[in-house]
Design a protein around this ligand. Structure first.
Ligand code: ATP
Length: 543
């Protein structure tokens, strides 16, 4: 029986397995690593490629555009593009990222550490006639961290902890009005935090050799804008009609103030985004469709109901142009119990993006902000001036399409799949003794290695037959050959790598041309004729 691992150190175990088995490495590790950047190792690269390939296949290439697919309001088309990371700087002025894409941060003058303002929590406490706000980074253990800090600050032994008089619950630093008497997370003295300051999350770079102020450009913080600016190109170069979804997978960059929680908040990451263009009158129905469809996709890829939620944003959380946004969230093990982290946002963006790229950045009342001038006396937020509207060739109606945007993070999806897959159970070893087994129950479609091929022993013609099967399977799948050590140990190594099937060539194979297939999760072994192995593995992966 699979046991649910102890949540308190589950994340540590996952991080350690990822390094040990080559899923994820700290970037530039030999130089001490660079915060917020992660490298995928030999197993990780296959896993991530499989996640992106499954998304692209399910959303784009295998999409049936001739018939109405399940729960869709009507038939629709899907296609893709691949745009560049560096785009015309005007794109970011009109999209709003240039002015609005920021977080608030605070610096600690004592520890020289920088924190995202909304990621610090704390609690008021009184002791020895002094009332202070003790803070810590938001985490599962923050309440006990806060207590430890308070005891230390007041120089009280833990056995005398009842001398601390707590006032209210743990609250976010952003919610307290007084800035006096705050003990910063890594400080010994009070009042060392600066006032919150805005920090633009876009990485700046220069294009060309001269590096003048005019040559500034940005690394894209999302892939979506590449789709908006190519909307007209896609319509004009194809025979697609609306409703149409345009998909893109690619790198995005955000200079996050406090990258953390493994790859969850990185500074370089990949997104899998769809901009779905439709008639304004139909947009509400499409919004509901995409919310449900995207939630279902994570279920299909193996995420359990208990750990996945859809969170509809409240009206006051919505951007002014947005008619609705829902986040698909996962109960990552590094979060306090009952809390969820965003995997994907599904947003109804109205006509905001296409209109901004036509007319210039829009203000709160959707008027173009064309009056502010740049250093050349040109409107700072000028749009392209191009007509990005759509004309329906059947009805002759011309309109600015509305957009539904399911925007997923490839790295967050990979992290959720890794967390969901991590399992410890009890299984018999070669001698029949029950031992703890660690396995990654990855869905066979995304498992880095689909099957491992083992000769039971390194003699009696078994390696030769095994190598033939291995080379045959390799034409269609990523498979692995291993003849070293006890077969039980070889199974265990594959369990940790998430390999769903192990094929063993034994004495019986030499007599009747059958092999065993061992299932990673059920441990069930079935005999299959050598001639059927290819079909059997293909069917199991796709079932
Ligand atoms: P968050 O609130 O967690 O910062 P966000 O709402 O800013 O995320 P979006 O702008 O909606 O995120 O980006 C879409 C998706 O891209 C997110 O749901 C997430 O999966 C992924 N993503 C965004 N920022 C990061 C990051 N720093 N590291 C890894 N993935 C990210």
């Amino acid at each position: 029986m699979a046991a649910s691992p102890d949540k308190s150190n589950q994340m540590e175990k996952i991080v350690s397995l990822c390094k040990r088995r080559g899923f994820l490495f700290k970037n530039s590790e030999i130089y001490g690593g660079l915060n917020g950047f992660w490298d995928y190792g030999p197993l990780g690269v296959e896993l991530k490629r499989n996640v992106k390939a499954a998304w692209w296949q399910d959303m784009v290439t295998s999409h049936d555009d001739l018939n109405k697919v399940e729960n869709a309001p009507e038939p629709f088309a899907m296609t893709g593009i691949d745009s560049t990371i560096i785009m015309h700087p005007q794109v970011w002025k009109c999209s709003g990222h240039y002015d609005l894409f920021h977080d608030f941060m605070v610096d600690c003058r004592e520890s020289n550490k920088r924190y995202r303002h909304d990621q610090i929590v704390g609690r008021w406490v009184e002791a020895k006639n002094q009332k202070i706000f003790v803070s810590a980074p938001a985490s599962e253990n923050c309440e006990s961290d806060i207590e430890t800090k308070a005891l230390k600050f007041f120089n009280i032994r833990s056995k005398n902890r009842d001398q601390l008089a707590w006032i209210g619950d743990v609250v976010n630093l952003t919610t307290i009005s007084e800035s006096e008497n705050v003990l910063a997370p890594d400080a010994k003295n009070l009042n060392t935090l600066t006032e919150p300051r805005e920090f633009n999350l876009m990485f700046k770079t220069t294009v060309g050799a001269l590096g003048n102020a005019d040559d500034f450009a940005f690394l894209r913080p999302e892939t979506a804008q590449g789709i908006f600016v190519n909307f007209k190109n896609v319509i004009d170069s194809t025979r697609y009609r609306l409703p149409l979804g345009i998909a893109q997978i690619g790198k995005s960059f955000r200079n996050e103030i406090t990258p953390r929680n493994f790859t969850f908040r990185s500074r370089e990451f990949e997104q899998m985004e769809i901009e779905f263009f439709c008639h304004p009158d139909e947009s509400q129905k499409w919004y509901s469709y995409w919310r449900d469809r995207r939630l279902q996709w994570y279920h299909q890829m193996g995420i359990s109901d208990e750990r996945l939620i859809m969170r509809e944003h409240h009206a006051d959380e919505l951007a002014h142009y947005s008619i609705g946004t829902a986040d698909i969230e996962y109960a990552f093990p590094f979060l306090p119990s009952g809390e969820y982290g965003e995997l994907e946002g599904v947003a109804h963006r109205g006509d905001f993006d296409l209109r901004s790229h036509m007319e210039g950045k829009l203000d709160e009342s959707s008027n173009p902000l064309s009056l502010e001038l740049d250093e050349h006396g040109q409107p700072k937020y000028r749009g392209s001036g191009k007509d990005l509207q759509y004309r329906d060739d059947l009805t002759n109606e011309k309109y600015t399409p509305h957009v539904i945007e399911p925007s997923a993070g490839a790295d967050r999806a990979v992290l959720a799949f890794l967390c969901e897959a991590y399992t410890e159970d009890e299984a018999p070893d070669e001698k029949g003794k029950m031992q703890t087994r660690t396995l990654m129950r990855l869905h066979p479609r995304i498992a880095p290695i689909k099957a491992a091929v083992f000769p039971l022993v390194k003699k009696d013609g078994m390696p030769e037959v095994a190598k033939e099967i291995y080379l045959q399977l390799k034409k269609d799948h990523n498979v692995f050959y291993d003849e070293k050590g006890a077969v039980g140990r070889r199974y265990r190594r594959q369990d940790e790598a998430g390999t769903p099937y192990c094929i063993t060539i034994d004495g019986e194979t030499m007599e009747n041309q059958t092999v065993t297939i061992r299932d990673r999760d059920s441990l069930e072994q079935t005999r299959v004729p050598v001639a059927d192995i290819g079909n059997e593995i293909r069917n199991r992966i796709n079932s």
